[in-house]
Design a protein around this ligand. Structure first.
Ligand code: SF4
Length: 503
């Protein structure tokens, strides 16, 4: 009997077929969605070592360097002695294997005992993490490791980094000792079930369904759906479809949104259906123009690019805080003259103050400030105002001028190619076909912008690559606001005249 790792047992909990594929056909797995999660997990794990071992006396078990056999042997030796903190301590017993993030010696009446802490990059305790802890605790107990407490430490989102490498308070511990210990019989059943599936010589049958994305997106989805013929307009193209309503539609046997009876759908969903059935565009031009008519000139169009860090790197910032490193601003005059301005900081230092200053300098004192899905831009500016009180009055007055273009697009325009989405990247190619994000070199979406920023601020990035990234980020962010300009002109019936500085 092989020892199944904790992650394989958790995979079995999600879907027995997933476990079987992980063991027997792992080459079919698409890992792209989980790479970022792993990177964040590694950052938090590294930080946990400095928090729980400030004196640096502990030992880190390097599984990749040692291999499982030696890692387990070294862990066993350290866990028997019980003198120093151990990180990634391996334990194997009862057909299962796990590596504990943090083991802190906690001798009790002369007997070696340990505080076990699992460290997670989430900001609260999730149900699947409770399963994870239960498996971990069961394996430790079966391996004869005495645990005085079992905790889960997650990121405390209210932590504000005081600087100077002081991360005390970043992690918040939750004692799950009683719960984890009470679930040992349950865990034993999971391990037995997982062992039985692992031993199968044939791939088990399993239909795809909601479980394929819960608690994690399964990397075998493409493989499992390989023979599935997707409808032209799947139910996933129905905007804001409540899961219970979706369930009723599925039970009624409908897979293509064009077949769903009208009574199942709300007003916007029915519009999506009608446009998909007739293959025609909905455009309430008079309504869109009326929505925009109250807003005078000059007209501003604003878009931020932000980065966030599970472990804050800049003093005064919180974990997962959206921190602007770039914005693009187009200013349209009544004459049709269009100016472009922007801000981008790739120095690696906190860009927030300079960003706030630049924004205040460029946004003037009157005229609507259009953003797309504007709640995000308002949140970013509110946070800048909270951090830099000297800019607060000016930033708050910009926030008061913000107008959201998204609800206007949602209420007044729909093209079947949008597939239920009013993101600017879905609306733009339909409404303004000559403009497209695919024409951009390199950075073409928000996720790529964040990755490019992270690469640019990394000390090892060569200067010439940094220049390349800078060009790509400027072009990308500029297109975001230029797209808004063109949508505004499309909705108001104005011609795109006198456009200067266009991408
Ligand atoms: S895609 Fe769904 S059915 Fe296929 S292995 Fe993954 S969880 Fe199971």
């Amino acid at each position: 009997m092989r020892n199944l790792s904790k992650s394989k047992i958790i995979a079995y909990r999600q879907c027995p077929k997933r476990l079987w594929l992980e063991i027997h056909k792992s080459e079919l797995r698409d890992d792209s969605a989980s790479e970022m999660v792993f990177q964040i997990g590694n950052q938090v794990g590294d930080m946990a070592r400095t928090i729980y071992d400030a004196e640096g006396k502990g030992e880190f078990i390097d599984i990749n360097g040692l291999g499982h056999e030696q890692a387990l042997a070294r862990s066993t030796a350290l866990l028997e002695i019980g003198k120093v903190p151990v990180f990634e301590a391996g334990m194997a017993a009862g057909g299962a294997l796990a590596y504990a993030d943090v083991m802190l010696p906690d001798p009790q009446e002369g007997v070696v005992a340990w505080k076990m802490i699992e460290v997670k990059s989430s900001t609260s305790v999730k149900d699947y993490q409770r399963d994870d802890i239960a498996v971990q605790a069961h394996i430790a107990a079966t391996a004869g490791v005495r645990l005085s407490s079992i905790s889960l430490a997650h990121i405390d989102s209210s932590f504000v980094y005081p600087g100077n490498g002081d991360y005390q308070g970043l992690l918040k511990e939750n004692d799950l000792t009683e719960e984890a210990n009470s679930r040992r019989d349950e865990v034993k059943e999971w391990i037995n079930g997982a062992q039985a599936v692992a031993a199968l010589t044939e791939e088990p049958e399993a239909a795809t369904g909601p479980h394929c994305n819960s608690p994690f997106a399964c990397g075998f989805a493409e493989y499992c759906n390989r023979d599935k013929v997707s409808p032209k307009y799947p139910l996933s193209s129905l905007p804001r479809l409540h899961p219970s309503r979706r369930e009723r539609i599925v039970v009624a046997g409908h897979e293509d949104l064009r077949d769903v009876p009208d009574e199942f759908l709300g007003a916007i969903q029915n519009r999506v259906k009608q446009c998909s059935v007739t293959d025609e565009t909905y455009f309430d031009a008079a309504g869109a123009a009326a929505d925009l008519a109250p807003h005078g000139f000059p007209v501003y169009f604003l878009d931020f690019e932000t980065a966030m860090f599970a472990v804050p790197i800049w003093k005064g910032t919180r974990p997962y805080q959206q921190l602007p490193f770039q914005f693009s601003l187009h200013i349209l005059a009544e004459s049709g003259d269009l100016q472009h301005h922007g801000f981008l900081d790739l120095s690696g230092d906190d860009p927030s103050r300079a960003c706030a200053q630049s924004l205040v300098d460029l946004c003037g004192e009157q005229g609507p400030v259009f953003a797309y899905n504007a709640g995000f831009e308002c949140r970013v500016m509110s946070e800048l105002a909270a951090r830099f009180p000297e800019f607060a009055p000016a930033l708050e007055s910009i926030i008061e001028r913000v107008v959201d273009l998204l609800p206007i697009a949602r209420n007044r325009y729909y093209h079947p190619s949008q597939h239920g989405s009013w993101s600017i990247k879905a609306v733009l190619p339909a409404a303004i076909p000559e403009l497209s994000y695919s024409q951009l070199d390199g950075v073409q979406d928000g996720g790529m912008a964040v990755s490019a920023f992270m690469e640019a601020i990394a000390p090892a990035t060569p200067p010439e690559r940094k220049v390349e990234i800078e060009d790509q980020l400027i072009s990308y962010c500029e297109l975001d606001t230029f797209a808004m300009v063109r949508l505004y002109q499309f909705f108001t019936g104005r011609q795109p005249s006198s456009l200067t500085n266009q991408p």
